[in-house]
Design a protein around this ligand. Structure first.
Ligand code: SF4
Length: 470
């Protein structure tokens, strides 16, 4: 996942809005960030590695020198923005998404003589550079962006910075969001609307899947209407990925989490379940826990708090064991709130289960929790994301590990376990519960997750849970 942001200043310098607008995407937890501004001398670009330090301190000395009325930026896993001199003039692009057939496209372009210069630290070719190359081969920029939609498998939203303004294009399947905003002094386009209010922008409209617009000092111009219906936004945007202040399709993320918690509590209440306190695993689990507490009447508490001052939000070491270690270091238990209590712990999802297992054993049971009951805001994760960059692999998912344990082998497709009302599914959940050391484990039903968000399940991407591509 990456966050992209573009800014237009009618007064002549967008750099400050751009700097803070990109920064509001820091929660997307990433490795590299960059900004590019079109000024008097053409495009000026800055890119930094932000694995050890947050975006703002890294760029604080850059942005005051970057002056121009149009700018774009990104926080992501790849080195971006890409800068290119093409027959359409100099342009720069940033992207959010995943090109599943990147190798195939690269091989084809290389066989036609293309070369790529923006090599990533792992020696791979920059997906954004490949997208820029596709654009440069088309008769014009607009056709180039459309050619990306035709050519790629996966999902790509992008911003293209030119002398004349910023082209913004939302991925054709609508998995990620792109929202245009307006202020008294200009326009902006953002992955998350969290970036808008404190910078003086009000959302004007959300791009439809496959729609292309151009932002400039003379306004926002529609370049291509969407012809792909309403698309399938990623359900995880509400459940886990997005910042609470963000709204997608007019649905606020924090409200969706409250509703998700409410529906989990409703099911527990109907089963006669009770406990002493409800808590959420920071950060996104907290919203689900508040919703659970409000419905159940069980008091909300924070027996586990997150220590953030000295940990850059975006510090994501590449190896899993260091990531787990750091995640554990950030969470601190408060024994006075734990001892002797029956605790409901809400979390957004279970990926590998490593962090939850350690939290239960080392932070809750070790401090005298009487019982620990896990409530998860989505169904078991069965498949890694194919539409965005994902650190998950099928093999390491907690649900797949449980299935391997039950079946004695990998079961591709795992069809017998997908039906949340099937006995095999219940066996899988019980195996995960035992592995995590919880007293009970309840996953949200797919229909309840969709109800909490407020969109029908078939209007969203639910591939992670169902394996059905959208
Ligand atoms: S596969 Fe999962 S994470 Fe990826 S877009 Fe679909 S629901 Fe979202």
């Amino acid at each position: 996942m990456a966050g992209i942001f573009g800014a237009v200043s009618k007064q002549g310098n967008c750099a400050e809005s751009l700097y803070y607008g990109i920064d509001y995407h820091s929660h997307l937890g990433t490795d590299y960030a960059g900004m590019a501004v079109f000024g008097e001398k053409g495009i000026e670009r800055k890119i930094h590695d932000i694995r050890g330090e947050n975006f703002r301190p890294k760029f604080q000395h850059d942005f005051p020198r970057m002056k121009g009325k149009y700018g774009i930026g990104v926080i992501g896993y790849d080195i971006q923005p890409v800068l290119l001199a093409s027959r359409h003039g100099v342009f720069s692009i940033v992207m959010n998404g995943n090109v599943a057939n990147l190798d195939e496209i690269v091989a084809e372009l290389q066989s036609q003589g293309a070369t790529f210069a923006e090599i990533q630290p792992d020696s791979s070719i920059s997906p954004a550079e490949v997208m820029a190359e596709l654009i440069s081969r088309a008769p014009n920029l607009e056709a180039g962006i459309e050619s990306i939609f035709e050519r790629i498998k996966g999902s790509v939203s992008l911003l293209v910075l030119t002398r004349d303004g910023i082209f913004a294009a939302r991925d054709r399947s609508g998995h990620s969001a792109l929202v245009v905003g307006r202020s008294e002094t200009g326009f902006a386009v953002t992955t998350e609307t969290t970036a808008f209010p404190n910078l003086g922008f009000a959302p004007v409209f959300e791009l439809r899947p496959g729609e292309i617009v151009k932002l400039s000092d003379s306004g926002v111009q529609k370049i291509k209407e969407s012809n792909n219906g309403s698309g399938h936004p990623c359900a995880f945007l509400w459940i886990y990925t997005s910042f609470p202040a963000t709204s997608i399709e007019g649905i606020n993320v924090e409200q969706a989490r409250y509703e998700s918690g409410r529906l989990l509590a409703k099911r527990d209440g109907a089963a006669g379940f009770t406990a002493d306190i409800v808590a959420g695993v920071p950060d996104s689990g907290v919203g689900h826990a508040i919703g659970y507490a409000n419905k159940s009447g069980i008091p909300f508490a924070r027996p586990i708090v997150k220590y953030t001052p000295s940990w850059p939000r975006s510090y994501m070491p590449s190896d899993q064991s260091t990531r787990d270690l750091i995640a554990g270091m950030k969470l601190i238990a408060i024994p006075e709130l734990i001892r002797g209590k029956r605790i409901v712990i809400c979390d957004d999802s279970i990926v590998r289960g490593t962090q939850l297992r350690r939290l239960i054993k080392e932070k809750l049971l070790a401090h005298g929790a009487r019982e620990v009951h896990l409530r998860i805001a989505c169904p078991p994760l069965m498949f890694p994301c194919i539409y965005n960059q994902s650190t998950r692999t099928t093999k390491e998912l907690a649900a797949r590990k449980a299935i391997r344990k039950l079946d004695g082998k990998d079961t591709p497709g795992c069809a017998a376990y997908l039906d949340q009302d099937a006995p095999a599914h219940a066996q899988m959940v019980e195996t995960i519960r035992q592995d995590l050391g919880a007293d009970s484990l309840v996953y949200q039903k797919l229909a309840d997750m969709a109800a909490a968000i407020g969109l029908p399940a078939d209007r969203m991407c639910t591939f992670c849970w169902t394996g059905k591509a959208s």
